[in-house]
Design a protein around this ligand. Structure first.
Ligand code: 4AD
Ligand code: MG
Length: 475
């Protein structure tokens, strides 16, 4: 398998070597004496230019029109220096085998650039485009760097459950899990719920699979807290689900979240961890995904490399929610949504803060009013705010949400009561405050928003292989 990564001299060290590539034809240009076949195997952005003379083995397949865009091929040959200006080396073909043909009249990926919307409708083929190949490799590098960062810093990776009974964020945005049996004759068009209902039509959950309502998790945090209360620093990295009916460029119904939880730590430790983590993974892709990052810099978001260099090199801005409200009230611009202490910041406000007020730098806002934040956040001494923090970045808005957790049993108990949450169902969570409670803090980072931020890709639907959004769960 060839890996001639981009850059001026790449591939030169293979000059004279015999080489085989298996991949997909991007283009095939037949000229009178010579044929140029661009092959890509997904290992890097660059295609390998394969130059084939009419006497090479398998030339009959070129003649018969089998070597078309989208076809899969095996090409063997010798690496030689290239006359072309686009690449230093090319493959002088000795043998070509067409493995899987691709009808050029119906292959959906044509040379002219397709819209992102169209490519979403062919999510099974879009990884064959330059953009999605690059996004996928950078997404992979970000995942690798995430584990590397936490492992190097002594964190233990925890698998939090996907099916859960609790609603971590208390926002009622959960998908319910239940068992269904398809009607064997009509297949999935006729699903039959196995939960018996009583005469008045109410579901009898005690008869269902889990014997109670169960949901897809919105966050692994509460489970991570239990392990942080034993192993100290831990993190989760897994899929989370939200039945938010928001059709925006930043929301998915299924997204991956990274949730570190630090024991014997406060909000300052949490903010320091979030900063160090973000700088580490951004630096990692700048150093290890140069060819793909150059591609984004040219084709997706001009200047993204400079912007990311600043993230690595400069301090993040830090201000309190109260300061942020003052700043917004003093802004010359008119906002659509009102700005008032006690109201949540809308994305137009977040974007103003990071894009205009602080010229593109990441901004951490802390100490939000307790009414607009989740039940588990630690109350500050003022009685009005909680030790929460959100990290905002340009274009994406909220990338990270975190907090110091309420470790005091009596405060947590009365907060649950104030919010009318069922205390009994949090018995195990409250136990952590009964037995060896410690100050602890953590955050959640939406992985697809990180991919958006790091690649410049505009829509979150293009930051994950198979996006799930309201009305769309294809593929
Ligand atoms: O701010 P959120 O709701 O915080 C939590 O879930 C905490 N339990 C995290 C923690 O402290 N361990 O979500 C965290 C992050 C957001 O900042 C955002 O990046 C992402 O998850 N996120 C989404 N990403 C894509 N689609 C959605 N619908 C998202 N909802 C949240
Ligand atoms: Mg949040």
């Amino acid at each position: 398998i060839v890996d001639v990564k981009g850059g001026p001299d790449e591939g030169m060290d293979r000059l004279g070597q015999a080489l085989a590539i298996r991949g997909w034809v991007r283009t095939c240009r037949v000229q009178s004496s010579v044929t140029f076949i661009e092959v890509n195997d997904g290992s890097c952005l660059s295609n390998l230019q394969c130059v084939m003379n009419i006497d090479a083995e398998g030339y009959d397949q070129v003649e018969s029109g089998a070597v078309t865009t989208g076809a899969s091929v095996l090409v063997e040959g010798i690496v030689v220096s290239s006359q072309g200006s686009k690449q230093k080396v090319e493959l002088k073909v000795a043998r070509l085998v067409t493995i899987g043909k691709s009808d050029p009249t119906t292959y959906p990926i044509q040379k002219k650039r397709a819209t992102r919307e169209f490519l979403r409708s062919i999510a099974h083929l879009r990884p064959r485009t330059n953009t999605f190949g690059a996004v996928t490799r950078v997404r992979n590098a970000l995942a690798y760097a995430t584990h590397k960062f936490f492992q190097e810093n002594g964190f233990v990776w925890i698998s939090s459950p996907i099916i859960t009974a609790s609603d971590c964020e208390g926002a009622g945005e959960q998908f319910c899990v239940t068992t269904l049996i398809p009607n064997t004759r009509e297949g999935t068009d006729s699903l039959v719920n196995t939960i018996p209902t009583s005469k008045d039509g109410k579901i009898d959950w005690s008869q269902d699979f889990f014997g109670r309502p169960a949901f897809l998790t919105v966050s692994g945090q509460l489970n991570a807290e239990t392990y942080a209360s034993a192993l100290c620093d831990v993190y989760t990295f897994g899929p989370t689900f939200r039945a938010e009916n928001s059709n925006t460029s930043r929301h998915l119904a299924e997204f991956w979240m990274i949730e570190p939880e630090l024991a014997f730590a406060d909000l300052n430790d949490d903010m320091a961890c979030a900063t160090a983590y973000l700088q580490y993974v951004v630096k990692y892709i700048l150093e290890n995904c140069k060819e793909d990052m150059d591609f984004f810099n040219t084709w997706i978001e001009k200047g993204i490399i400079n912007r990311l260099n600043d993230v690595v090199e400069k301090d993040f801005v830090q201000l309190t929610y109260s300061d942020a409200v003052e700043l917004l009230l003093g802004a010359k611009r008119k906002f659509e949504f009102p700005v008032k202490w006690g109201l949540d910041l809308q994305s137009e406000h977040e974007r103003y803060i990071t894009e205009i007020a602080f010229a593109g730098r990441p901004v951490i806002i802390s100490d939000y009013p307790k009414e607009i934040k989740a039940f588990y956040m630690r109350q500050n001494d003022d009685g009005k705010t909680v030790a929460a923090m959100d990290l905002l970045v340009p274009r994406v808005g909220e990338l990270i949400g975190g907090s110091q957790r309420e470790e005091r049993l009596e405060y947590l108990g009365s907060r649950l009561e104030e919010l009318n949450l069922n205390k009994d169902s949090y018995w195990w969570y409250l136990d952590l405050r009964r037995f060896g409670s410690v100050p602890h803090a953590g955050f959640g980072l939406g992985f697809e928003r990180l991919v958006q931020f790091a690649t410049g890709i505009e829509n979150i639907r293009d930051a994950i292989p198979f996006p799930r959004t309201p009305g769309s769960a294809d593929f």
